[in-house]
Design a protein around this ligand. Structure first.
Ligand code: ATP
Length: 475
């Protein structure tokens, strides 16, 4: 099979209604994308799968906090001071870059050319870089050139805060500044006490949330991978200090397994330990997916100590401790965080599902090649397609009745146009796991065929059992 390119995925996504460029008729808005009719189903299914895995258990509660929060939240969290990326411009081409990314790309090039020692030395310098000058000096010392025009004429490096600023109320002054949240986590931390008390939980327990986050990224790239508006699925697990290493291990395994359970293959995802830890973290690992452009983070699992609750105690003046009623122990819990991008993992699942297969003349199709999205049935935007073999002899009526009945339970398509092989191909291309075909026999004995997407095998079953058959694959 040919390796899939990102362009192929982007064009399929557009053609079949998964993802469109935002405001396309106006030329688009960089870093923003819209989900079409199939995309919105896939995204919802993905979020549902996460929500069920994370909150349908005794020890995790869900919340849905507002996007706008008190500005002090972002002072306490450190975002006002530190949520910055180093930015650099090339004076000749006027192109703008994240200085760290520019250096990372340069390191990758050294590695590709076999200069591993040199690559390691630069990587060490990058890991130690803190001040804008540190990044700048690496770029100058290594004579890194502009990928656009090849020039070495760089501006100094400046830090740029990634939070989008806006104002509450009619007066745009410093007292009315608020931020669009750059992560969902803070909505969880500030509700720690509320949830602990109202849900009558005990340590260890977690709070989960799915929601939009906004980052004014310097460079957006790779389709949904780095966008300015995106969705996150985050869970903060509050634990007793001392138990955090084992909880970190537990969550790292759980989260990896979640991707496997939804159809990722073990060779397409991997753990990547962090080269440099944030000052408050005592362990951190990413789960990476092998995208068409290379390995990229899809989820981070972080052991964050009591940094977040401690800071919110300090800034709000409210106690955020847990008191054990039996032992009388009182402590500010440590936190294990799991943070995954819904949109970024959407893209990973889309890339992973994509296959082009040579199927010869099998399966009633006309083409030797088929494009098929092999989504796990739980994720598939359409679960089944109902296809009357021909448009006569009562088949459409039979099919329509079945279609309307199935539609009460899951998303289904009805298609009666063109040869059945062509219709199979259309459904393959959007990842529909089951095609239900109604033929002459159906009218006589109430049976239909179910054609399975990946094997293309067909079985004959009673029409009354179709719903149960499909539902079983969704559990
Ligand atoms: P990166 O280093 O790629 O900028 P990060 O380490 O800052 O990411 P986190 O803050 O840990 O990312 O965010 C958790 C998850 O949110 C990421 O694993 C990713 O899936 C998602 N995410 C973060 N930034 C973006 C973005 N700009 N666009 C899409 N998804 C994002």
């Amino acid at each position: 099979m040919k390796p899939v390119t990102l362009d192929t995925i982007v064009s399929l996504a557009k053609r079949r209604g998964f993802v469109f460029q935002s405001s396309e008729i106006y030329g688009g808005l960089n870093g923003c994308w819209d989900y079409g009719s199939l995309g919105v189903e896939l995204l919802r299914n993905l979020k549902d799968a996460w929500w069920k895995a994370m909150t349908y258990r005794d020890d995790i509660e869900g919340v849905d906090a507002s996007i706008l929060m008190h500005p002090r939240v972002w002072e306490a969290s450190g975002h006002v001071a530190n949520f910055t990326d180093p930015m650099i411009d090339n004076k000749t081409s006027k192109a703008r870059y994240r200085a760290d990314t520019l250096i990372e790309d340069y390191i990758a090039k050294l590695e590709k050319n076999g200069k591993t020692d040199r690559a390691k030395a630069v990587a060490d310098r990058l890991a130690a870089a803190r001040e804008p000058e540190d990044f700048y000096q690496i770029i100058v010392d290594e004579e890194i050139t502009d990928p656009v025009g090849g020039s070495k004429d760089w501006t100094p490096v400046r830090y740029f805060n990634l939070m989008f600023k806006t104002f509450v109320g009619p007066v745009e002054d410093t007292n009315s500044v608020v931020y669009l949240r750059p992560e969902t986590a803070q909505g969880i931390f500030v509700n720690f006490r509320n949830v602990l008390d109202s849900a009558r939980q005990k340590i260890p327990f977690g709070i989960a949330q799915i929601g939009k986050a906004f980052r004014n990224e310097i460079n957006t790239k790779y389709f949904l991978f780095r966008t300015r508006e995106f969705e996150q699925m985050e869970m903060q697990y509050f634990v007793k200090p001392g138990t955090h290493p084992e909880q970190f291990e537990y969550w790292r395994e759980q989260r990896f397994q979640w991707f496997l359970d939804l159809g990722m293959s073990p060779d397409s995802i991997r753990f990547k330990p962090h080269d440099k830890l944030a000052h408050y973290a005592d362990a951190a690992v990413d789960i990476e997916y092998k995208f068409p452009f290379g390995w990229g983070e899809i989820e981070g699992i972080h052991s964050r100590t009591n940094f977040d609750l401690g800071r919110h105690e300090e800034y709000s003046g409210k106690k955020l401790e847990f008191v054990d009623t039996v032992t009388r122990d009182r402590f500010v819990p440590y936190v294990i965080e799991t943070s995954v991008g819904a949109s970024r993992s959407f893209m990973a699942f889309l890339c992973h599902a994509y296959n082009v297969e040579n199927v010869g003349a099998a399966d009633g199709g006309e083409d030797a090649e088929r494009t098929v999205l092999k989504f796990h049935p739980k994720l598939a935007p359409v679960k089944a397609a109902v296809l009357p073999l021909v448009k006569k002899d009562g088949m459409p009526e039979f099919a329509d009745k079945l279609y309307r009945d199935l539609q009460k339970s899951f998303s289904v398509q009805y298609d009666e146009s063109a040869a059945v092989g062509r219709r199979y191909r259309r459904q393959d291309e959007i990842g529909t796991p089951f095609c239900i075909t109604i033929d002459g026999e159906s009218l006589q004995d109430n049976t239909v065929t179910i054609r399975e997407r990946d094997t293309m095998q067909q079985i004959r079953v009673s029409a009354d059992t179709v719903k149960e058959y499909v539902m079983k694959s969704l559990i």
